[in-house]
Design a binder for this molecule. Structure first.
Ligand SMILES: [Zn+2]
Ligand SMILES: [Zn+2]
Length: 244
């Protein structure tokens, strides 16, 4: 860390965005404004499906593929989610999306970067570009920012992987996916993405905030692969357990 920044943080120690206390021991690194206690208490998604990151019971062994992926193989090749979409994580993401807490993107992006570095990179080639799941223009104007893009910026900066801002657009303003069943989500999202230009990218990393049934990222992966992308991975803040 630069000297000036070090000095600043010792003069003005940051406050934990979860418990509002002064951060004595930061989680993982200085750039994350979450204290170690709060970080450890978050629902980390440690036991999950090896392909879609669906939360699985804690006692399940590593490397298991869930029943849904066996039945219907997803079009993306791998997916990692930092947390389960529960408790404090729901609040954190709501604040980021609807509470104008755009500043939270930095801490969240830093946490995702740590995961990217530890879990994704050792296993495979570095992706050629990052694509944040696009919002429809109308929603982007309402909110003023795309939370996934804000997170992607942090990861892009730290990994030197470019963000392909203009590669994909969201063609239809789909109904909100909230409250829809898995099958309804799939139909609702069909054809929602239009590929503008994926250049000669072969390996794309999608960044999303919350993956629920996976129908959005699956549809985006379908569009990308139809346009010649060979490998599609996903990194998200949280993955929801699927309701049946
Ligand atoms: Zn805290
Ligand atoms: Zn799965």
């Amino acid at each position: 860390m630069e000297l000036a920044q070090k000095l600043l943080s010792s003069l003005f120690p940051s406050r934990c965005i979860l418990c509002q206390q002064t951060v004595q021991k930061p989680a993982v690194n200085q750039s994350i404004e979450i204290c170690l206690d709060c970080y450890q208490a978050l629902p980390h998604n440690d036991s999950c499906c090896v392909q879609c990151a669906l939360p699985l019971p804690e006692d399940i062994e590593n490397g298991v593929t869930c029943g849904r992926c066996i039945k219907n193989r997803p079009l993306f090749d791998y997916s990692h989610s930092l947390f389960r979409y529960e408790d404090e994580v729901i609040k954190l993401i709501h604040q980021l999306k609807f509470g104008e807490k755009i500043s939270y993107a930095r801490s969240i992006g830093e946490m995702l970067f740590v995961m990217f570095e530890n879990e994704l990179l050792p296993e495979q080639e570095k992706p050629d570009c990052i694509i944040p799941v696009p919002l429809h223009d109308k929603r982007l104007r309402q909110r003023g920012y795309n939370q996934s893009t804000e997170i992607a910026r942090i990861i892009a900066k730290k990994t030197a992987i470019p963000i392909a801002h203009d590669a994909v657009v969201r063609r239809r303003n789909t109904m909100t996916q909230t409250g829809l069943k898995a099958k309804e989500r799939q139909n609702n999202i069909k054809g929602a993405f239009d590929i503008v230009d994926v250049k000669n990218y072969k390996h794309v990393l999608i960044i999303d905030d919350v993956v629920t049934t996976g129908s959005t990222i699956n549809e985006l992966a379908r569009a990308l692969k139809l346009d010649g992308v060979e490998r599609v991975g996903v990194l998200s803040i949280a993955r929801a357990p699927v309701k049946t």
